[in-house]
Ligand binder design. Sequence first.
Ligand code: ZN
Length: 231
Amino acid sequence: MKAKHLFFILLLYVLASCGGGRKLSGPFEVWERTVITMSDSVMYVNVVSDMEDSLGLRAVSKDLTDEELQSDLYAMLSRKMLCTVQSPQQGGVGLAAPQVGILRRIVALQRFDKEGEPFEVYPNLYILEHLGDTVRGPEGCLSIPGKRGVVPRSEGVVVRWTDWQTLQPVTDTVHGFTAIIFQHETDHLDGVLYTDRAESVVDNPEWMEERAPYAAEGAYDKPLWLRGPGY
Ligand code: ZN
């Protein structure tokens, strides 16, 4: 680890332990604060091929407290997750917080069922109910590059999350492709990957071709400050 990175992490520890200003006063874990503040606006996406990453991808994520939901850190994390999932090098339709190393129940995804197909963020997301028939469709995952699989899912779901402004629970009924995305992303919050449910998983060479120019620029390289002692 480079000296300046170590210094910055130590500085964050000191600021956190002293209470700091509002930006660092939220009760996020110290390591979470480090990841949220030190990450670029396009965050590093954890992959199953990395041993440390894969442990996080298999963990169960925690809810956010009301204080955390209204902190600047949550706002920063939301912005960065939205930026990451929409970035040209990722080009995803959904991203869950454990994929960026934050073990909290937060998902950013695209609402294809809404006008303008906006990307939105859902904290403390749960699926309350599965609706309709089982449908089978192709899925991929930003954490499992170069693969795709056919996955059985429910045609619709009832979801619940917390409105970060009012702190009240909100429910919605979603159908079709957006319901598939909700199921894929909510699975991430429970440490479940689509390959656990897939009827088949095959190589997806087009994915790798699309990503090759970004890979050549180091767009998927794990930042030095995120690398553990195993490197
Ligand atoms: Zn995924």
